[in-house]
Unconditional design. Sequence first.
Length: 215
Amino acid sequence: MDGIQVDIQHLKKGEVSLGTSIMAVTFRDGVILGADSRTSTGAYIANRVTDKLTRVQDNIWCCRSGSAADTQAVADIVQYHLDLYKAQFGEPSTKTAASIFQTLCYENKDNLSAGIIVAGFDKKNKGEVYSIPLGGSLHKQKYAIAGSGSTFIYGYCDKNFKEDMSKEETVNFIKHSLSQAIKWDGSSGGVIRMVILTEAGVERLIFYPEEYENL
């Protein structure tokens, strides 16, 4: 029990790491974000059902990895800026949201532990994915993976990702990818959450362990 008691004391003192597996994938009709739900600090699991998919606008969401406190604060600040932008100029693009995330993460890189994936849909650009890893660089990608579990699935994702997939194919791709990350990464676990962004709006999915453990 000593190790767990030490971790609980650490939890009381400071921030909690998401220790996570997150990803976002563009597909034929838009974009889908996915994440596990385990929040841990060392050997102690602080929350089994965390929601790491965060809305910053109705059509723009982000996946959060790193410090739970840092990423929640950054997402709240970005939502505030996007609300102001929307009031003045109309609907912001996914790139605008990603640029604000990138500016905050880069200018505070010495004080933040935040890896962010921003994904959104608009009629002009369709589905878009931007990755903002630790350090605050910005990368536009067809799909992005991040978090501690992502190291186990780079090869799988590279082999199995296809452009212009259907919604069902993309959901299965994310479910299979995250199930493998959860299987091999001790800091990832719980349920798999997804957010689907298309012209029709927002759709949320959840998969319980019995639905993915035997994939």
